[in-house]
Write a protein that binds this ligand. Structure first.
Ligand SMILES: [Zn+2]
Length: 267
């Protein structure tokens, strides 16, 4: 892979701060968990994950990473020797759609989907609905993306074995995908596990970027509780390692978020 700079923008104190993250050969780390492959670029510095879920006769890509995730994704698809039929985006942030345009060109039959709500983010629209809290939508939003989703998702929809759960907070239309076969959950940026596990919006000093990019902490905490209630066998998120048997860790992260937000109720 060529030498390229990777740029990301984070919104901090209402300013867009460009980050030059990387210059040099891009490496991709692939880790397998039953039917789920985690593909990570910049695993040491600024890990950005996407996932391939392998069904009997097809593959689903969940998120499209950074532009330089492209080659690693294509290589794994070829190794699996199955068609890529779906590309599902957990939310509309730039570090989850980076390779989307090239992938859609290479796999034109793959159905691209995102939630109804975050499709607006994907189009660069950061306006809020009347009934949404007036906290600002943050994070890098794609500019002039040429790919138009083929399918807009809502709670309960299925993409193969993956069931859609609406888990807003990080963005208004963030979704998670529950693996109905193995009971793992691919949860976008509803949590981060880089540094340590944290609910979206809670700052982890060694890796604060997902928190900087979070729209609404209260709603993110509510979604974290919904994920906890599913008792997933595995938690796969956008930034950080997969956690197997994650319930205790999820509970700890929820408790910490509650304490931080002074939301502990006296029992
Ligand atoms: Zn994000």
């Amino acid at each position: 892979m060529g030498k390229e700079n990777i740029f990301l923008e984070v919104k901090c104190c209402n300013k867009l701060v460009p980050l030059v993250l990387f210059r040099g050969e891009m490496m991709m780390k692939v880790t397998r968990f039953q039917s789920l492959y985690q593909l990570t670029v910049l695993p040491r510095m600024f890990p950005v994950n996407c996932y391939i879920y392998e069904e009997e006769d097809q593959l689903t890509l969940i998120d499209a990473g950074l532009p330089n995730s492209y080659k690693g994704i294509v290589k794994l698809i070829k190794e699996c020797k199955k068609p890529l039929t779906n590309i599902v985006l957990t939310h509309g942030h730039g570090d989850h759609v980076g390779a989307l345009e090239r992938l859609k060109k290479s796999f034109p039959n793959a159905v691209v989907s995102i939630s109804v709500r975050d499709n607006r983010l994907l189009r660069g629209d950061t306006s809020l609905d009347k009934d949404e809290p007036k906290t600002q939508i943050k994070g890098g939003i794609p500019k002039g993306l040429k790919v138009v989703p083929d399918l807009l998702l809502k709670e309960g929809d299925r993409v193969g074995s993956l069931e859609v759960y609406e888990t807003p907070g990080h963005t208004p239309g963030s979704i998670s995908l529950f693996d109905t076969k193995n009971h793992g959950i691919i949860a976008g940026d509803t949590f981060q596990t880089r540094g340590r596990i944290a609910v979206s919006g809670q700052i982890v000093r060694s890796f604060p970027f997902p928190a900087f990019a979070t729209w609404n902490k209260e709603i993110a905490l509510k979604s974290a509780r919904e994920i906890e209630a599913l008792k997933p066998s595995l938690l796969a998120i956008g930034h950080g390692n997969v956690i197997e048997k994650p319930t205790e860790k999820i509970q700890k992260a929820i408790l910490e978020a509650e304490e931080n937000m002074n939301m502990n109720r006296v029992k």
